[in-house]
Design a protein around this ligand. Structure first.
Ligand code: ZN
Length: 282
């Protein structure tokens, strides 16, 4: 008997039940936390040195997507290349499920696309993933539900931190080179300025001379307490504004589009919230 087990173990490779492809690594990380050993996860955007807004697909992306049965897209124009690829590769035989994070929180085209910074997004995505896995693999439904509970518990300190910072710093005037941290800034009760400038930089369009002048004035005249800077994109105007802030003694907090290696969604958010608190406590 023992011999047969060993033989089977050698012949049958360990096989995940689901093949998940996430357009962005923060969604892929959550899929792994919910799916455990039952899932194999590939994330397309994970390079901390790459601007996701400038990403273009390569043949590898299409190849990975061919085999996916569970696909996670952020939506509302953050990753249009992913929706195009999904449409181009129907693969109905895989009974493929596509989960669009922006749909889960009712975000619309034209809204700030960095929706994973909105506190409601990850709980909704985690629940959608647990539902998807449990429905297609009822034998492990209890495991998926348990991992969902565990994942939501990792977010408790994040939500507690947001509430604590909000009670301390709500109403603070802040500025950003891009709207990456926008939803979190809203959750903290900050007053964000210069949205026109930010949207232009995000879309790789040069802000107008007037927008740049207003931005500089806010910094030089100390009308804002903090500048958020997208450390994952290099834009000449944005980096010049970072220099203006430093010269004026305004603290600069770097935020990233994707999740840094070796972190979880919760630890990533907590680290950034720490940075915010440090900067505002100076
Ligand atoms: Zn962005």
């Amino acid at each position: 008997m023992r011999f047969i087990y060993l033989l089977l173990a050698a012949v049958l490779p360990a096989h995940a039940t689901f093949r998940v492809v996430a357009a962005e690594n923060f969604y892929g990380g959550v899929a792994k936390q919910i799916g455990g050993d039952q899932v194999e996860v590939t994330s397309i955007l994970s390079n901390p040195d790459q601007d996701p807004h400038l990403f273009t697909v390569d043949p590898h992306t299409a190849e990975v997507l061919e085999k996916a049965d569970t696909i996670i897209v952020s939506g509302i124009d953050y990753d249009p290349w992913m929706s195009q690829l999904v449409a181009a590769h129907p693969n109905s035989h895989l009974r493929r499920v596509v989960i669009t994070a922006s749909d889960l929180v009712g975000a619309q085209e034209g809204d700030n696309p960095h929706i994973w910074y909105q506190p409601a997004t990850m709980p909704a995505l985690a629940k959608a993933l647990a539902d998807r896995f449990a429905a297609a693999d009822p034998a492990h439904a209890t495991d998926y539900r348990q991992r969902l509970t565990d994942f939501l518990a990792t977010l408790d300190p994040v939500h507690a931190r947001i509430a604590a910072l909000k009670s301390k710093f709500a109403g603070t005037d802040v500025l950003a080179t891009e709207p990456v941290f926008g939803y979190m800034a809203d959750a903290l009760g900050f007053r964000m300025h210069a949205m026109g400038f930010q949207n232009h930089v995000m879309n790789n369009v040069e802000p107008s001379a007037r927008e740049i002048e207003e931005f500089e004035t806010l910094l030089k005249q100390h009308q804002v307490k903090l500048l958020f800077y997208n450390s994952q994109a290099s834009d000449p105007v944005a980096s010049r504004m970072q220099d203006v802030a430093k010269a004026a003694g305004i603290p600069v907090v770097g935020v990233t589009e994707t999740e840094p290696a070796g972190t979880t969604f919760a630890s990533w958010m907590l680290t950034q919230l720490d940075e915010v608190e440090k900067a505002l406590s100076k």
